[in-house]
Design a protein around this ligand. Sequence first.
Ligand SMILES: C[S@@+](CC[C@H](N)C(=O)[O-])C[C@H]1O[C@@H](n2cnc3c(N)ncnc32)[C@H](O)[C@@H]1O
Length: 436
Amino acid sequence: MAQITDSAGAPNFLNRTLWIDDNLKVLSGINSECVDLSYLDPPFNSKRIYHAPLGSKAAGASFADTWTLDGVKTDWADLQEVADPAVYHTVVGAGLSAGESMQAYLTFMAPRLLELHRVLKPTGSLYLHCDPTASHYLKQLMDCIFGRTNFRNEIVWSYSGGGVPRGAFARKHDIILFYARSKDTPFNILRRPYGEHNKTGRRATDRGGTRKLDYHPDGAHMTAVWGDIKPLVNWSSERTGWPTQKPLALLRRIIEASSNPGDVVLDPFAGCGTACIAAEQLNRQWVGIDIDTKATEVTMDRLARECGDNTYTIGDYEPRQGKLALADGDNRVFVNQNPPVRTDPDRPTRSPRIRTIRWHELGTGERRPCPGCDRPKYFDDFDLDHIQPRAKGGLDTDDNLQLLCSSCNRIKGQRFTMTELRQRLQTEYLRERTNT
Ligand SMILES: C[S@@+](CC[C@H](N)C(=O)[O-])C[C@H]1O[C@@H](n2cnc3c(N)ncnc32)[C@H](O)[C@@H]1O
C-alpha cells in the first residue's frame, strides 16, 4: 500500500489521542514540527517505586523510579545510534560524577528529549518538570539539545505542607526547566494583581487547585518563583490517587503562558492526565502518552468530572485525515495501543532506532526469539540484518531490516534470503540429529 505523505508540520494524529505505550516508541512515530507545547513530568530519579493507594480512582497504577544501566540497554543502543557527541558526553559525564544510576536515568531521558525537540514546531515550547536530584544534569542535556540560547527560565515551584524533609534547609520546591524551540517562540506574559490578598490578609493561593487563578492585564509581571500553587493534599477534590499527580493550576499556568486556544499540547508522561485536562479546559487540543493502561480510565473519569457538561466517549482509533481538530460536539477520545506511523515528508527511510523498534516487536522479557532459529536471545546477541541481502538488491530501509542472532546472521551473510536460511538451519538440525 502506498504510504500517505502529509505536508511539513501536519500532525499525524487526531485531537484527544491517548497512547498507552512506551513514549519513545510513540514519539518516534509522530511527525516532525507539529506540536506547540510539551509539558513532561517524568520520573525524577528518586530511587523509589510509586503505587496508587488502594481504594483510590487510580488504584493499580504504579511506576518505578529506580535506574540501572542494565535496565536501559535499548535506550543506550539508541543513544549510540543517534550519535550526538554533546548528548553522549553529557550522559557519560553525569555517570562519572554522580554514578551509574544517574547515567542510566539520563540514558533514558536523552532519546526522549531528542524526539520531543523534533516534534515541536519552530515556535514551540517545552517545560520539563524535575527536582534538584537531577535538574542540573537535565539542564545540561537540554542545553545540548535545544541550544543554550533557547533556555528561557528555571521555574521554582515552591510549596508548603506535608512532612518536613531532612537536610540542611528543608527542600520544598520542584524545578521546571522552560525552553523555547527558537527565538521565534511566542510567550503570553502573565500578570497577577498588585498586592493580591484575601480576606484573612494572606496572599491568595490556589488551595490545591480548587480555585482558578486569574491573570490581570495591568498587574505585576509574574516571576519564575511560583509560591501560590499548593500541592495536592488527600482531601483536594481533584486528587485521583495517581502517584505524584500535579495540580491543574500549575498546568493551566504553563498552558496559558505558552499556547493559545486551538494549539496542540503534548504530555509524554501523562499519568492521570493533568496536562490533558487543563488543555481541554482551556480549549487547546491535546495528546497524552503513558505506559500504564490505568491512565485511560482515570483520564476519562476526570474529563467527565472536570471538563464541563460534555459527555466524552472512547472512539475507535482513526488516523488523521485532513484536519486535526474534531468537529464541534465531537467529544471522542482516541485511545491507541499502536504507535503512529510518520507521514511527514522528512521521515527517514531508515529510523535511527530501528534496532530497538525491532527488539520491541520480538515480544517481551529479557530473552526473545530469534526470527531465524527461534532460540531465545538477549538484546546484545542480536545483529541488525538486511532481510533481502544488499548484494541481491535489498535496500537500507526500515522495512528491509530485522534482528537476527549473531550465529544466524553469520550463516545468512550476504548470500541467503530468510527462506534459504531456514532451509539451511533445518538441514543442519537434521544432520545433527542423524549424527547423534
Ligand atoms: C510523575 S508521573 C506523571 C504524573 C502526571 N504529571 C500527573 O499529574 O498525573 C510519571 C508517569 O510517567 C509514566 N511513565 C514512566 N515511564 C514511561 C514511559 N517510558 N513511557 C510512557 N510513560 C511512562 C508513569 O506511568 C507515570 O504515570
